[in-house]
Structures are given as structure tokens and as C-alpha cells.
Unconditional design. Structure first.
Length: 249
């Protein structure tokens, strides 16, 4: 488990961890067992940052916005870049080959910009609306839950995944993941969410699971499989769905 977590930290974050991991490609697949645990680890780091910023500024909203900024610095906007690329490609009204080319382009188009704007609006607005009903302890648990949900949501897409990207793409690292490994990490996800936020969090994640089928169908219809961008984008989508369901009134 430890080596898999180190590998994921090296891959998904900017933390300098100079520890060589042998057989890295194989560990990416086998380490899916601990994908939810990796989300938990990232969440605990961000929850600590949220508490420190709240203690310094005495503002729930500023602490929440600041931890979203910290997440960008910690991960290098890894999944946000995927969200922008996915929206630029899939909603370009082009053929499959051209969509894949657009997603490989390092430039961000109008669809990608709009996607990022709405992503952050939907992460911040619900907190601002229900600010008087929340406390710092709840926000700390919520930021941990969002990281677990984001990573576990991606793991759902690994099930019998077809790859649509280029042969050297990062998404291919998660081809042929065994089903039982995905089920195991989803079980960890549900247990962690229940421990953090109770049954309401489990029900909110069930909504994410349900919507993932529609997302999978859309992507496969557009490009006949997943690639790194469509996988990473669902991290953002899962977080927004979970947050909106959790804070519904």
C-alpha cells in the first residue's frame, strides 16, 4: 500500500518525493485498491490547511476559497486541466479523431474556460449560500470527502475500460484493472464517507455512481473509449455532484 500511495503522490501532486518505485506501471493498476485512501491522504492535508487559514483569517468562506487555491498548487491543477481539455474536445462538434487532437492541444478553448469557471462557482456558491449553517469542523470533513469522492469517481471508470487516446497517453496506465480492485476501493470510499459525514454522504455518492453511467455513455459515444482527460475530468464532475447533493435544502 505504501509504495502505491508514494507512486500516486509522485504522479498526481507536486510534492517532491525522491523515492524510486520499481515496476511503476504495474503498481498503477494494482494500487487502485488504495485509490480512495490516496484521496483521503490528500484530503487530510487540505483539511489541515483549511483549519490553519480559518484560524488566521476567521472566515469560513475565505478559508474554503484558499484551500481550493492550495489544491491547485498541490496538484498542479492536474484534474482541472483534464476538465478543460475534455470540454474543449467533446463539445467541439467534430469527429472523433479531431476531438482527440483538440484534447491533446495544450491551449485552452472557450468551452474549457467556461467549464473551469462553472466548476469553481459550483464549489464556492453552495458554501457561500449555507455559510451560516456550517462550521469549520464540517468544512474540514467535507474537503476530505471531496477528495475521496473525486478519486473514487475516477476509479469507477476503470471498469472494463476501453482506451481511446494515443498509445503513449497516461490513461493507458489504468487499462485492464481487475474488477475486484475497483470494488474494494469503492467499499473503502463508502466506509470513509460514512465515518466522515454519515449516511447522507453515502447517498450523495450513490448519485455520483448513477451519473457516472451517463458520463461513460456520453464519452464512449463521442470518442469510443476513455483517455486521460475524460478520466481526470470526472474527478471534478463527481465533486460538484457530491457537494450539491450534500448541501441540498
Amino acid at each position: 500500500m505504501i509504495k502505491s500511495l508514494i507512486l500516486y503522490f509522485q504522479f498526481f501532486t507536486r510534492l517532491p518525493i525522491p523515492i524510486p518505485i520499481e515496476d511503476a506501471e504495474n503498481r498503477f493498476k494494482k494500487g487502485i485498491l488504495w485509490f480512495s485512501m490516496f484521496g483521503l491522504a490528500i484530503g487530510l492535508i487540505e483539511a489541515t490547511i483549511l483549519w490553519i487559514i480559518y484560524w488566521l483569517l476567521n472566515s469560513f468562506l475565505l478559508a474554503w476559497i484558499s484551500v481550493l487555491l492550495f489544491d491547485v498548487l498541490l496538484t498542479g491543477a492536474f484534474h482541472m486541466d483534464a476538465l478543460a481539455d475534455m470540454c474543449d474536445g467533446l463539445f467541439s462538434s467534430r469527429k472523433k479523431e479531431r476531438m482527440l487532437e483538440i484534447m491533446k492541444d495544450s491551449r485552452v478553448g472557450s468551452n474549457g474556460v467556461l467549464a473551469l469557471i462553472f466548476y469553481y462557482l459550483l464549489l464556492i456558491a453552495p458554501i457561500a449560500v449555507y455559510l451560516t449553517e456550517l462550521d469549520v469542523a464540517y468544512l474540514m470533513r467535507l474537503i476530505v470527502a471531496l477528495q475521496i469522492v473525486g478519486k473514487s469517481g475516477i476509479a469507477l471508470l476503470f471498469w472494463k475500460m476501453k482506451y481511446a487516446g494515443h498509445t503513449e497517453g497516461l490513461g493507458r496506465l489504468f487499462l485492464n484493472v481487475e474488477t475486484w480492485r475497483i470494488i474494494f476501493t469503492e467499499m473503502i470510499c463508502f466506509v470513509a464517507l460514512f465515518s466522515l459525514l454519515g449516511w447522507s454522504a453515502c447517498l450523495a455518492y450513490l448519485v455520483v455512481v448513477f451519473i457516472h453511467f451517463g458520463y461513460r455513455r456520453l464519452v464512449y459515444k463521442k470518442i469510443d473509449g476513455m483517455n486521460g482527460d475524460t478520466l481526470g475530468a470526472f474527478y471534478c464532475i463527481a465533486q460538484v455532484i457530491f457537494l450539491l447533493v450534500m448541501l441540498r435544502r
